[in-house]
Design a protein around this ligand. Structure first.
Ligand code: PRP
Length: 215
């Protein structure tokens, strides 16, 4: 599906996840194209140098790209793995490195053979797939945030969540029981855009790849 007007065709639209990854990506584009790309305080669109950057929530980046409202996007591998996305994964940008890990209370040792283990998470599919691959039966409880709270108040025995510095788990008396996967921000493309604007997209991909591999 492609919802843009013919007038917008020239401008390549890139959805970025609000915050540090957006700023670091704009930094890479500034380095490549010699322009100062920067979102103004509350603005959600930045049009400059032939690009239209969209400032969106991390979880929403794939939606903009899948529907063709953005040609390209930058989003965590965890989000790509969680949603079954019909997009092209172009490049690991090596930004925002983190892990998806299982956390339990500091004082606990979980016996995964127990029949009634509850796991709270935002990432239901990653969690289900991981435990299914280990042939461990767990009940997965979907939460939208503050996941670390769940084991502290008896809502769940364990959590599956993003661990970057480990500070949030530590400060809430949790420890990592197991790591499920490494994640970092990836450059993704809408399939139609990729085939329709292949040269342009490949050229950007190559330039971004050269910058990230030199860091
Ligand atoms: C993530 C994650 C953890 C925290 C981990 O939340 O859910 O709570 O970061 O980071 P740390 O290991 O460096 O402490 P985030 O702040 O992205 O908010 P969210 O829950 O709204 O996604």
């Amino acid at each position: 599906m492609d919802r843009r007007d013919a007038d917008d065709r020239e401008m390549l639209t890139i959805a970025l996840p609000k915050g540090r990854i957006a700023e670091e990506t704009l930094g890479i584009f500034s380095e490549i194209f010699g322009e100062d790309f920067h979102f103004e305080s509350r603005k959600l669109i930045l049009e400059k140098g032939g690009f239209r950057f969209l400032n969106v929530r991390n979880q929403d980046v794939p939606t903009y790209v899948e529907y063709g409202a953005a040609d390209l996007g930058v989003v965590g591998l965890d989000v790509i793995s969680e949603k079954e996305l019909d997009i092209i994964d172009l490049l690991d940008m090596r930004l925002g490195r983190c892990k998806v890990s299982i956390g339990i209370r500091e004082e606990d040792e979980l016996d995964w053979r127990r029949p009634d283990i509850k796991v709270a998470t935002k990432m239901v599919n990653i969690t289900k797939n991981y435990f299914a691959s280990k042939a461990v039966g767990v009940e997965v409880i979907k939460l939208y945030g503050s996941i670390e709270l769940a084991p502290l108040v008896g809502l769940a025995d364990a959590i599956v969540d993003i661990v970057e510095t480990g500070k949030t788990m530590r400060e809430n008396g949790l420890k990592v029981a197991e790591d499920i996967m490494d994640s970092s921000a990836h450059l993704i493309a809408n399939k139609n855009s990729f085939y329709a604007r292949k040269e342009e997209i490949i050229s950007i991909y190559e330039k971004v790849r050269d910058v990230v591999s030199s860091k």
